[in-house]
Design a protein around this ligand. Structure first.
Ligand code: NAG
Length: 583
């Protein structure tokens, strides 16, 4: 009885909308049935379809997608969006939708359906020319800076400004607030998740700002200086909001368990985002001191750019520092919600680090004496959001020029460089840990460049820093930076960039999608290879494919250092020899 009616299959280049015409025949009484198809010329992870009839229809049904909005009886326009589990389609496939409905008039309806691709965001990233007059380099470090800054822009939480450059991001988490309604919007999402963890966020801010203060010419000459100021201002504004009262500091917004138990973009989040704070009685010296360090560093960076903002940062840094010094606790012992994700091991390093940044911002020598009290001698394990000893010893040497601190730095570098304590991959990556190996190597590369800057073994340290950064940029045969260089990762473990554009739904289907993330998360350094340079671009493997604010921080600052050296014609012209001595 049901005579099937086919219509046109339309081929179109997606990216633009594609329209398919259909015709309808009445089959029985006033019922009709029809279908339309789109021949896909590119992969799809989400779509919307707009159906338009030339006369009103009612009780329209289809089984492939979800209706969007409410459609009054006898409407002529209907909109649908893919179901969460049915958004992914491959190039070459015919995407067909069968529908049934009832006519409202005696006329047989005809019309068309338009497919809107919610996959491609059309993001364009300008080319960055090599810096004029600088040494030529194997990789365009200015382009890396540009893209790394874009990565931080993609991590923004809160109300986005008009000059947002990430077309697939929008306002999110506008309800983030403290216990008594304090505004806690803003800041950066931590990694591939949507929690705001202030401890690593503040460390990332300090380390990025350190690189800007040291090697401002790299940002200036690559045209990135204003973007960089905007980049670090974002978390600084948020961290200041978190200091809601003289003796309290919010240190986390969002619950890790709830957040990691779902897979969606920040814009689609629903549900409660609890905020967690430290107080004098429920303390956290480490996170307080790191926050003070970030704002103190900011006050230095903004001194000539925006003097009023610089003063505000310094006043807040002093207030937070004073409050943090009243407590001796590790924050993750009092804020249980942080313990499973960013557990702090020891506050001794932050006692030195916070004091040294306060010294650099104020010139008050009592802070140096304070930092020296917390000196931890010998080789450091590394340099990270939790372990700042290498950075402390670096700054102690910079401000005192005492040989004991220089010996600590030499010990750390000896332990890290070929022939030292760390295993190396066959292609010369210092392999500290499988979870985010590239980030540890990049962070120690920053210490190496800072030490070289202070005249400590500059040639080998610079060569080694180059070997580690260039490994990530392509020396291992591929790039480990999303959207940069040869064969970059396309499937970072990152919720927002894995989701199609709104209004398509996004959940675990986006994580399981075998294809690339629909959005290129430009500039993100992924965790990196295993110990034998083994790597698979697999979204589900977070040890190798997660990205995070702290991963890019030391990396970006080191790249700024290398660009600075090329501008000054001090970059080693050869660096591979540094690898020949490894065990
Ligand atoms: C932290 O480190 C210091 C110095 O290395 C050490 O004396 C102290 O016992 C450590 N504290 C904890 C809680 O591990």
């Amino acid at each position: 009885m049901l005579a099937f009616l086919l219509l046109l299959v339309t081929t179109g280049c997606l990216g633009g909308d594609v329209t398919s015409k259909f015709a309808i025949k009445q089959h029985w009484d006033n019922n009709f049935e029809g279908s339309f198809c789109f021949h896909l010329t590119s992969n799809l992870v989400g779509y919307e379809i707009f159906i338009s009839f030339d006369s009103g229809v009612k009780e329209l049904q289809q089984w492939e997608a979800e209706w969007v909005g409410s459609h009054p009886p006898c409407a002529t326009k209907y909109t649908m969006v893919n179901k969460e589990s049915k958004g992914v389609h491959s190039k070459g496939e015919d995407l067909c939708i069968r529908f049934m409905g009832k006519m409202c008039t005696g006329a047989t309806p005809s019309g068309s359906a338009t497919l809107k691709d919610l996959t491609d965001d059309h993001q364009k990233v300008p080319d960055i020319p090599h810096v004029n007059g600088a040494q030529s380099t194997k990789y365009n470090y200015g382009e890396v800076l540009e893209k790394s800054i874009l990565f931080y822009e993609a991590q923004r939480s809160g109300k986005l400004p008009k000059n947002n450059r990430i077309p697939w991001r929008a306002d999110s988490a506008l309800g983030d607030k403290g216990d008594t309604g304090e505004d806690l919007t803003g800041g950066w999402y931590d990694a591939g998740d949507n929690v705001k963890f202030n401890f690593p966020m503040a460390w990332s801010t300090t380390v990025l700002t350190w690189g800007l203060i040291k090697w401002k010419d790299a940002y200036e000459k690559s045209g990135q200086l204003d973007y960089m100021y905007d980049s670090i201002r974002w978390p600084m504004d948020y961290l200041m909001k978190c200091h809601s009262k003289p003796n309290e500091l919010y240190v986390q917004v969002g619950d890790g368990g709830t957040d990691h138990g779902s897979w969606t973009s920040p814009e689609r989040m629903t549900g409660n985002r609890p905020a967690f704070k430290i107080t004098t009685s429920q303390g956290g010296a480490d996170v307080g001191l790191e926050t003070a360090a970030a704002l103190a560093a900011g006050s230095i960076a903004f001194k000539t750019k925006d003097a009023a903002y610089s003063r505000k940062l310094l006043a807040q840094a002093k207030s937070i520092y004073g409050f943090a010094r009243k407590t001796k606790d590790r924050y993750s012992d009092t804020v249980n919600a942080a313990a499973a994700y960013y557990k702090s091991n020891n506050i001794t390093d932050e006692l030195g680090w916070g004091a040294l940044w306060m010294y650099k911002a104020t010139g008050d020598k009592s802070y140096i004496a304070e930092a020296e009290k917390h000196h931890e001698p010998g080789a450091a394990w590394g340099f990270s959001w939790d372990e700042k000893t290498a950075g402390v010893n670096m700054l102690l040497y910079e401000v005192t020029k005492k040989d004991i601190y220089k010996q600590d730095i030499i010990a750390t570098m000896k332990s890290w460089m070929p022939g030292g304590d760390l295993p190396y991959t066959p292609k010369c990556l210092a392999f500290r840990l499988v979870w985010g190996a590239l980030r540890y190597a990049s962070n120690t590369a920053l210490i190496a460049l800072m030490a070289a800057d202070q005249g400590i073994n500059p040639v080998p340290y610079r060569k080694w820093a180059m070997s580690q950064i260039n490994y990530a940029l392509g020396d291992a045969g591929r790039s480990y930076v999303v959207g940069f260089g040869k064969n970059p990762p396309q499937r970072p473990h990152h919720r927002a960039s894995s989701c199609p554009l709104l209004p398509a739904p996004c959940s675990w289907g986006a994580q399981q999608n075998p294809g690339p993330n629909p959005h290129t998360l430009y500039g993100a350094l992924v965790g990196g290879p295993g110990s034998s340079d083994n790597y698979a671009d697999d979204r589900k493997d977070y040890t190798k494919n997660e990205v995070a604010c702290d991963y890019n921080a030391g990396f970006q600052s080191t790249v700024a250092g290398l660009l600075h050296l090329s501008i000054k014609h001090q970059l080693p012209t050869e660096y591979k020899s540094i690898c020949s001595n490894r065990g």
